[in-house]
Design a protein around this ligand. Sequence first.
Ligand code: AMP
Ligand code: ZN
Ligand code: FE
Ligand code: FE
Length: 282
Amino acid sequence: MSRLDLHLHTTHSDGSCTPTEVIDLAHKAGVSALAITDHDITTGIAEAIAAGQQCGIEVIPGVEISSIIANSELHILGYFLDWQDADLNQRFKSMRDSRHRRNPKIIERLQALGIEMTYDEVRAVAGSDSVGRPHIARVLMDKGVVASAKEAFDRFLAEGKPAYVPRDLPSPAEAIQWIKAARGLAVLAHPTWVKPADRSLADLVRQLKADGLDGVEVYYSTHAARQTREYLSLAKQLGLLVTGGSDFHGLTKPDIEVGIGKGALHIPTSLLPKMKEAATQL
Ligand code: AMP
Ligand code: ZN
Ligand code: FE
Ligand code: FE
């Protein structure tokens, strides 16, 4: 049974599998085409393309950009973009630098709570330039402070928790603009996490469409059947593309597997030709 998975993280950001390992897992899961969507970085794409060629898996270049609107995070996925574009990579470098400014502040807060750890330990665990809270969670696990990444977020790292520190983020319109400037498709990631503040999700997505949004991630590991139906109907109503992905991270989200999410995810391959057609018209 052939399937797609258009949302995957690797060791180049906060996933725990290398691009080659992700391709191997995808091959075993019957995935015929996938997208690597690391946070604020495109360095994993080349290895994935090479590994994909070895086993006949099509690799679509992608990225995931966190943005902020009404004090809450909203993630934008980019697909088919010119991932080697100099301007795009300069923007991502600025976002990674902003992570490096925020992360030591998180560590200081954890230290103030009596936890002994350093940013060097976090950077060693990360092994890449896109260092995020899941890496801090992993150090907390290694030290036995928490038993899982979820516990690290619930107790310390999530918005509103004692070690939470925000970072500088673009608006969704800016993130969309960066992707379009690199001739990519911009897609709203996991609408289940979107907090539309004082308006409906439909109104927010309509605004994003006016800003240049091309699609909605309808199929996602933690979307309930009812949500998948709701987002599918919203995408159809607004004339947006439908995409889907697992948001595989390896050990950071141990219950999510490549291609099948929590087991029930099935992303139809028929979505891909429509995305390709839209991408050629950019
Ligand atoms: P950052 O990019 O450093 O702001 O961290 C965001 C990352 O943390 C995203 O990849 C999320 O998937 C992950 N994340 C956010 N909340 C949680 C949670 N409660 N449990 C595990 N991972 C989370
Ligand atoms: Zn992540
Ligand atoms: Fe995300
Ligand atoms: Fe993600």
